[in-house]
Write a protein that binds this ligand. Structure first.
Ligand SMILES: O=C(O)c1ccccc1NCC(=O)[C@H](O)[C@H](O)COP(=O)(O)O
Length: 223
């Protein structure tokens, strides 16, 4: 992917942790490419099957619905897939590649970044993943923490399709894109009014910041 000149790239945006149909619809109309639904009961953004179905039912076409799990029983993942229109899975725990690949769905594997991690080795375990999502490591939470990690830990060149997450917000989008140059950004806390409640103005500002960065790269042809 990194062989494609950055000039021709559009950064994708995934917004995660919807609990209300109106927030999800607003995100799509503001330009989000993907919406994340958290099927992890300890999360304040957890949704059940009926809630997820209500969110997805209101969506127009051409948006990717992502179902997020953390070390869930395989039967639970299969149950959600049987009941909700899901396009992509996101595994955010310690799931191994065999488990992740068992659902006949494309998936993202989240890797939580911490000093000393063998990132290349970790990524190599998930060769079949559609992409790798890099998130902040936290001692007490698996994700959605609003904390960023040291972006310099991400190698300048990677053969993998990278999504950057963790502590992103409208004010640090440009720095994140300049430093990491990922395929996509993923945000949750940075566009919220409260846990699981998205703020339309913050989502708009986030997406605008991405578009501004992308169009500036195009305009000055610097890459
Ligand atoms: O969002 C959660 O509550 C969550 C809980 C447990 C595992 C993962 C979770 N979210 C995963 C995401 O994709 C978030 O968007 C990502 O962690 C970034 O979150 P934030 O730092 O709040 O932007």
């Amino acid at each position: 992917m990194n062989k494609i000149p950055y000039l021709f790239r559009r950064t994708r945006v995934k917004i995660c942790g919807f609990t209300r149909p109106q927030d999800a619809l607003a995100a799509v109309h503001l330009g989000a490419d993907a919406l994340g639904l958290v099927f992890y009961p300890p999360s304040p953004r957890h949704v059940g099957i009926e809630q997820a179905r209500a969110i997805v039912a209101g969506l127009p076409p051409f948006v990717t619905v992502v179902a997020l799990f953390v070390d869930a029983a395989a039967a639970r993942v299969a149950e959600v897939l049987g009941a909700v229109r899901i396009d992509l899975l996101q595994f955010h725990g310690d799931e191994d590649a065999g488990y992740c690949g068992a659902f006949a769905k494309p998936y993202l594997k989240a890797i939580r970044m911490r000093p000393g991690l063998d990132l290349a080795g970790a990524m190599a375990q998930y060769r079949e993943a559609s992409g790798i999502l890099l998130d902040a490591w936290h001692p007490d939470a698996q994700g959605g923490t609003g904390e960023r990690f040291d972006w310099d830990l991400v190698p300048a060149e990677s053969a993998r399709t990278l999504t950057l997450a963790g502590g992103l917000a409208p004010g640090n989008v440009a720095e994140a894109l300049r430093t990491v140059r990922p395929y996509a950004l993923d945000v949750s806390s940075g566009v919220e009014a409260g846990k699981g409640i998205k703020d339309a103005a913050k989502m708009a500002a986030f997406i605008q910041a991405v578009h501004l960065f992308d169009s500036n790269q195009y305009a000055d042809g610097s890459l």
